[in-house]
Design a protein around this ligand. Structure first.
Ligand SMILES: CC(C)(COP(=O)(O)OP(=O)(O)OC[C@H]1O[C@@H](n2cnc3c(N)ncnc32)[C@H](O)[C@@H]1OP(=O)(O)O)[C@@H](O)C(=O)NCCC(=O)NCCS
Length: 178
């Protein structure tokens, strides 16, 4: 488990997949700026069995252990990308900003990578505020790069480089390499 001040990140286990399936299939969970998903528990189980060290899903948990969302890292070619979502009732309280900071600390401590990136719909103000507060910089617009809700959309590309991160901001525990 990765411990922050107000939230922790806990790796998802196979027995968590029913809850994950419930969230993934709920359009409210990913909100209006993300693709519509429909995934069965069987598909999720197959995906779970193929997980590599480059792909990992974490629950965002409050300190009382309640699960309020998810944050993941996954390969984008040879680079690592992150994605995240919270249940609607827990948004706007700073939890995802903290989760993103924990994830950045974890990835730079645990992996020999030089950058972490993410793509965000330009209208998703909450998401780009989260990522800017976590130290990411906007690189530019990747035109017509994501298909969802029936059309090809421009996305903002954000990244943080290892030299910009410098040192852990939240994680203080030593983490061994995966
Ligand atoms: C994006 C998301 C994860 C943000 O998480 P969060 O915990 O609510 O974010 P935080 O509370 O840490 O901070 C969000 C910031 O955006 C602001 N914000 C939140 N909702 C907003 C909205 N609808 N419009 C404008 N600003 C908004 C908050 O006020 C806060 O700003 P501040 O730092 O100036 O106070 C959450 O809204 C979500 O789950 N959305 C649906 C899934 C999604 O879009 N994922 C990202 C895909 S790229």
């Amino acid at each position: 488990m990765l411990e922050g001040k107000n939230v922790n990140l806990r790796v998802q286990e196979k027995e968590d997949l029913p809850l994950v399936a419930e969230w993934l299939n709920d359009p409210e969970f990913f909100g209006v700026f993300s693709p519509l998903r429909q995934q069965s528990k069987t598909e999720l189980e197959k995906g779970f069995d193929k997980v590599t060290p480059e792909t990992k899903w974490f629950f965002i948990e409050k300190k009382d252990g309640s699960k309020i969302g998810g944050i993941s890292h996954f390969p984008a070619g040879k680079l690592l990308e992150i994605g995240y979502a919270l249940i609607p009732s827990e948004r706007g309280k700073g939890y995802c900003t903290e989760a993103a900071k924990i994830m950045v600390d974890y990835l730079f401590l645990a992996k020999d990578i030089v950058r972490i990136q993410t793509h965000i719909d330009p209208r998703n103000i909450a998401s780009w505020k989260v990522i800017e507060k976590a130290g990411f910089k906007k690189e530019g617009t990747v035109r017509k790069s994501s298909f969802f809700k029936g059309e090809w959309r421009d996305m903002l590309l954000y990244s943080i480089l290892r030299e910009e991160w410098k040192e852990p901001k939240i994680l203080t525990k030593t983490i061994s390499r995966e």
